[in-house]
Design a protein. Structure first.
Length: 121
């Protein structure tokens, strides 16, 4: 299992768990998230796993850390802690897409304004 596949599976599983917590009945298997009533089915593909966000945010954190922080270890810690932040932003994006598909009102807004959902991450 590669790190990208691991991130895809983890995002799908966590998104399904959180969606169930919000009262949306979903099933999840591997990288698939599907509504039990058949309203939507999404696959968390490798392009949506968040690895690019993690690499960019970690790189920016290292750059900022080495320029502004006094100790290199602080810069390294900043870069390490940027990874869960990027993962959380990606998870928020996946949740917002699934919630928009579930809701007729949100789904109509997302269909009209498509790109706005993807600007959250």
């Amino acid at each position: 299992m590669t790190i990208i596949h691991f991130l895809c599976v983890t995002c799908a599983q966590l998104a399904a768990c959180l969606l169930r917590g919000f009262g949306i009945d979903v099933e999840s298997e591997g990288i698939w998230i599907a509504a039990e009533n058949g309203k939507f089915a999404y696959m968390v593909i490798p392009e949506c796993c968040g690895i690019k966000s993690m690499l960019v945010l970690a790189g920016l954190a290292l750059y900022y850390g080495f320029l502004e922080l006094k100790k290199p270890t602080h810069a390294a810690w900043l870069a390490v802690w940027s990874l869960p932040v990027a993962f959380g932003a990606n998870l928020l994006r996946i949740l917002s897409v699934a919630a928009a598909a579930h809701s007729r009102t949100l789904g109509a807004v997302a269909a009209r304004r498509g790109r706005g959902v993807f600007w959250t991450a």
